[in-house]
Ligand binder design. Structure first.
Ligand code: GDP
Ligand code: ZN
Length: 349
C-alpha cells in the first residue's frame, strides 16, 4: 500500500493521540487489575466480537449461562487491536459488562488502508467475500477485477453473486454469460440470485452463506442491502438511498457489525466493508491479484517488464496463445495504469 509521508504536524497530532490513549489504557488496566484482585471479575470464558465502538466492544458470550447475550467490554492494554469477528477470552464484570483478556488466533483478516496508507484491520475470521454484481448497473470486468485483486491479496476466497436475476434477458445474457464463464474458468464460484425473488433462489443463497462468515461487497446499486435484508430481516438497512444528509450513513451502521443469520451462518457488514478494495494498490499487489497472471509474470524477458506491450512480455504471448483471456490482460493493464496515475496525482498533492 502507498505510504505517504506524514507532515510534522500530522506526526505531532498522532503522537498526542497515542499518548492520550496510553494514559487512558493505563488507568483502565489499573481498574481491571483492582477488580480482578477484589474478585469482582468472573472466570475466563470464550466470546465473539459483534461490534466495536471506540474503546469498547460488544462481546457475545459463546458459552456458560449467558450464552448468546451481549456484554459491553473493555480490553486489557496488552492485546493488539481487536475487530468484529474476533474470538476472544473474556471475564464478566458487573451487570452487562466485561473485560477481554486475550484474543484467539484468527484464520483470516480483512484489512484496509487508512488515510495514511497504513493497513488497518477491519474484520476477522471471514470465510468468503461475496462480490455482488447485477445486470444493472452493468458490470465492468475492470471493476470486478479490482474487487477480486483486493480479495486475492487477503487470501480469503471470493464468490461472485449475480443478483437481480429477474432482469436477465437475451440481450444482457449475451454479454454476461461469457463474462461469468471467464471467472468460472479461473476457478471462482459464480451463483445467481434475486433479492426481489428470494423464493426462486432460496437454496442458492442459503447454502452459500450457511455455516460460514460472509461479507458482501460490490458497487453501489447492485442490491447488497436488499440481499442482506432477506438474510437478516431485523437489520434495518436503507435500500436504494443514502441514509442521512451527510451521506455518510447513520451512526450505528458505520461500525462493522456481525449478524447471525436466521438460517445459519454469520454476516459482517459495514459501509467500509461494502466498498472493500476500492483503494490504491501497488503493482505487486495487482500482479498477485490476478491468479492466472501471477503464475507467469516471472517469464517476461525484462525483469522490470511493465507488461504494457514490451518485447518478450510473457503475458502478451500467453494471451496470443489463448492461455490467458485477452479481457483479463486488458483489465490488468488498465488497473496498473489507473493505479500509477492515482499515485502520480497523490504525490503531486
Ligand atoms: P446496494 O447499493 O448494493 O446496497 O443496493 P440496494 O440493495 O440499495 O439496491 C439498489 C436497487 O436495486 C434498489 O432499487 C433495489 O430495490 C433494487 N434491487 C435489489 N435487488 C434486486 C433484484 O433482485 N431485482 C431487481 N429488479 N431489483 C433489485
Ligand atoms: Zn511482461
Amino acid at each position: 500500500m502507498a505510504r505517504r509521508r506524514l507532515s510534522k504536524q500530522q506526526q505531532h497530532r498522532i503522537r498526542k493521540i497515542q499518548e492520550e490513549r496510553a494514559r487512558r489504557a493505563g488507568k483502565r488496566e489499573q481498574t481491571i487489575n483492582d477488580q480482578r484482585e477484589a474478585g469482582e471479575l468472573g472466570s475466563e470464558q470464550s466470546g465473539l466480537i459483534i461490534a466495536h465502538y471506540g474503546q469498547q466492544l460488544d462481546v457475545e458470550a459463546l458459552d456458560g449461562d449467558h450464552r448468546g447475550e451481549l456484554f459491553r467490554c473493555f480490553v486489557r492494554a496488552n492485546i493488539d487491536s481487536l475487530v468484529t469477528g474476533d474470538r476472544v477470552v473474556w471475564c464478566r464484570g458487573d451487570d452487562n459488562t466485561g473485560v477481554i483478556v486475550a484474543r484467539q488466533d484468527r484464520h483470516t483478516l480483512l484489512q484496509r488502508p487508512d488515510n495514511f496508507g497504513q493497513l488497518k484491520p477491519v474484520a476477522a475470521n471471514i470465510d468468503h467475500i461475496v462480490l455482488v454484481i447485477a445486470p444493472l448497473p452493468e458490470p465492468h470486468d475492470n471493476l470486478i477485477d479490482r474487487y477480486l485483486v483486493a480479495a486475492e491479496n487477503t487470501d480469503i476466497p471470493a464468490v461472485i453473486l449475480l443478483n437481480k436475476s429477474d432482469l436477465l434477458n437475451d440481450d444482457n445474457r449475451h454479454r454476461l454469460d461469457p463474462m461469468l464463464d471467464r471467472y468460472r474458468n479461473l476457478g471462482y464460484q459464480v451463483v445467481t440470485a434475486s433479492a426481489h425473488h428470494p423464493d426462486r433462489h432460496d437454496d442458492t443463497i442459503t447454502s452459500l452463506v450457511r455455516g460460514r462468515t460472509s461479507v458482501f461487497v460490490g458497487q453501489s446499486g447492485v442490491g447488497k442491502s436488499s440481499l442482506i435484508q432477506t438474510l437478516v430481516p431485523e437489520h434495518e438497512l436503507k435500500v436504494g438511498a443514502v441514509s442521512d444528509s451527510t451521506g455518510k450513513g447513520i451512526h450505528t451502521t458505520t461500525t462493522a457489525r456481525l449478524f447471525h443469520l436466521d438460517r445459519g451462518g454469520d454476516l459482517i457488514d459495514s459501509p467500509g466493508i461494502r466498498e472493500f478494495g476500492l483503494w490504491h494498490m501497488t503493482p505487486a499487489e495487482i500482479e498477485y491479484g490476478f491468479r492466472e497472471i501471477r503464475e507467469i509474470t516471472g517469464l517476461c524477458r525484462f525483469r522490470d517488464c511493465r507488461h504494457q506491450r514490451e518485447p518478450g512480455c510473457a503475458l502478451e504471448k500467453a494471451a496470443t496463445e489463448g492461455r490467458i483471456s485477452p479481457q483479463r490482460l486488458q483489465s490488468f493493464r488498465r488497473i496498473l495504469q489507473d493505479m500509477a496515475e492515482q499515485q502520480a496525482r497523490g504525490l503531486k498533492l
